[in-house]
Design a protein around this ligand. Structure first.
Ligand code: HEM
Length: 185
């Protein structure tokens, strides 16, 4: 049975792609071994324990010397292009970073929930403070807000807006509820 903190196979698939892209061939298998993961591979239609991601990140952190939050953030940045390809039909052509963020909960994560009964994206409450400031409240027992920070930065990069979009979490990154401030200069 699915557990509340399980993570969708698509995220594991993209994590493997991220590792393959950035680290030498064979690293994914080494990381799985270090994390004592024996399942052969991850399928796009199933969900898997968050502990697998945790174990892979700990092993990757030891291997690269980068902190786990840093790795999660970089992974978030990396996966945006693929997420956008997968869910392209839900993105309007005139949207930029601000628009994608204000539509993520209802449109994007909404589509994910509708299309994949096995997926369970986090709840993101976005407050439109002004046209220069969004406050994003992240709620998830998976405690992956640094991935959220990376995804937001990745979206800004995707639209060539990284110079004008400033992303900063204003509460501790590893909580179940994290507030992220996104400023548009
Ligand atoms: C193009 C828009 C987006 C798409 C298509 C998308 C899709 C997904 C999917 C498929 C998952 C896996 C859910 C599961 O494990 O069951 C996920 C998880 C996640 N999404 Fe999104 N997402 C989008 C935008 C965002 C944005 C803008 C943020 C942050 C502000 C975000 C934050 C996260 C985080 C942190 C997770 C990991 C699971 C968790 O923390 O509970 N996503 N998303």
């Amino acid at each position: 049975m699915r557990h509340e903190t399980d993570v969708h196979g698509s995220i594991f698939f993209l994590l493997k792609k991220f590792v393959d892209h950035n680290l030498p061939l064979g690293t994914w298998e080494k990381l799985k071994e270090k994390a004592r993961i024996s399942r052969p591979d991850y399928e796009m239609t199933a969900s898997y324990p968050i502990e697998d991601i945790g174990g892979i990140l700990v092993a990757a952190s030891e291997m690269t010397g980068l902190g786990e939050d840093e790795l999660k953030e970089r992974f978030g940045e990396y996966l945006v292009a693929d997420l956008f390809t997968l869910y392209k039909s839900y993105l309007q052509p005139d949207w930029k970073t601000y628009d994608v963020l204000i539509h993520t909960e209802r449109v994007m994560h909404g589509a994910v929930r509708k299309l994949n009964s096995t997926a369970n994206p986090p709840i993101l409450n976005v407050t439109l403070v002004s046209d220069q400031l969004l406050m994003i409240d992240y709620f998830s027992k998976r405690r992956m807000a640094s991935l959220a920070v990376g995804i937001i930065k990745g979206i800004a990069k995707y639209y060539n807006e990284e110079e004008k979009v400033i992303v900063r979490s204003v509460t501790p990154l590893n909580d179940e509820r994290v507030q992220i401030r996104v400023e548009f200069k």
